[in-house]
Design a protein. Structure first.
Length: 252
């Protein structure tokens, strides 16, 4: 009995120490690296959610294996995994994130399995995800050329950023977006609330810690977009994770 328990404990320790998971011939991040809700700990749920995000870009924006896709806040590569699963390759995919650890994992596992994928760390301040680094100002640039992106994707990025930083990011998105390009983003965006509010009480759930939830008034957020020559083409209220809204954006 003791021998069996020892083997089981050893197997559990080995699983906890795994740096990646193979599931349906794809590389997934281990459970400890999936920082979304508890349901993402399940491999099938995680992969299905990744495929659904790829399907969103394919169905709404006509994404193909050759589309130039910029994944801002890529984390551990959920969208990249979905694109590879659906399209076989994602030759124009570029993921960026403020977390060095997340980018290192993506390079170590996803780029090794699919060498066409590109991942880049951007070392800028975010009070929640990269608190020790320098702040974002008007000199900030994403490491990409002008009009180099067909599709820009930001899931749960502006939901953890205040307005001044969002303005800088939107300026960069407008610089990078091709004339017919599209943006998909999510955020906590509501009608008739204060322009910007961090961790609003009694809103979907209890918010804890720096920038856990940054909520925007819809009219105010649309003005931020308009300042950069961008406009909302489709708005889906509270359909995304934790009550976020999905926003489909094009050039004005």
């Amino acid at each position: 009995m003791k021998g069996l328990l020892g083997k089981l404990a050893g197997a559990a320790r080995a699983r906890l120490g795994q740096d990646s998971v193979r599931y349906k011939h794809l590389v997934l991040p281990p459970r400890r690296r999936r920082l979304c809700g508890w349901e993402f700990k399940d491999e099938e749920y995680f992969l299905t959610s990744a495929q659904q995000e790829a399907d969103r870009l394919i169905g709404s924006f006509g994404a193909t294996a050759d589309s130039a896709i910029l994944d801002v806040g890529c984390g551990v590569g959920r969208l990249a995994i979905g694109l590879v699963s659906r399209l076989g390759q994602a030759r124009g995919y570029h993921g960026i994130d403020v977390s060095q650890d997340a980018i290192d994992w993506c390079k170590r596992h996803l780029a090794r399995a699919s060498p066409e994928l590109t991942f880049t760390h951007i070392d800028v301040h975010n009070a929640r995800y990269n608190p020790s680094r320098r702040g974002i100002d008007g000199s900030f640039r994403f490491p990409l050329a002008d009009q180099s992106a067909d599709i820009i994707y930001l899931y749960s990025v502006f939901s953890h950023m205040e307005a001044d930083d969002v303005r800088v990011y939107l300026g960069e998105l407008a610089r990078l977006l091709r004339p017919a390009g599209k943006i998909f983003l999510t955020g906590f965006i509501e009608q008739g609330v204060p322009d910007v509010q961090v961790n609003p009480p009694n809103y979907h759930m209890e918010w804890r810690g720096a920038l856990h939830c940054v909520r925007y008034d819809r009219a105010f957020f649309e003005r931020l977009l308009a300042e950069r020559g961008l406009r909302v083409e489709r708005f889906e209220h509270a359909r995304e994770a934790n009550g976020q809204s999905g926003v489909y954006v094009g050039r004005d």
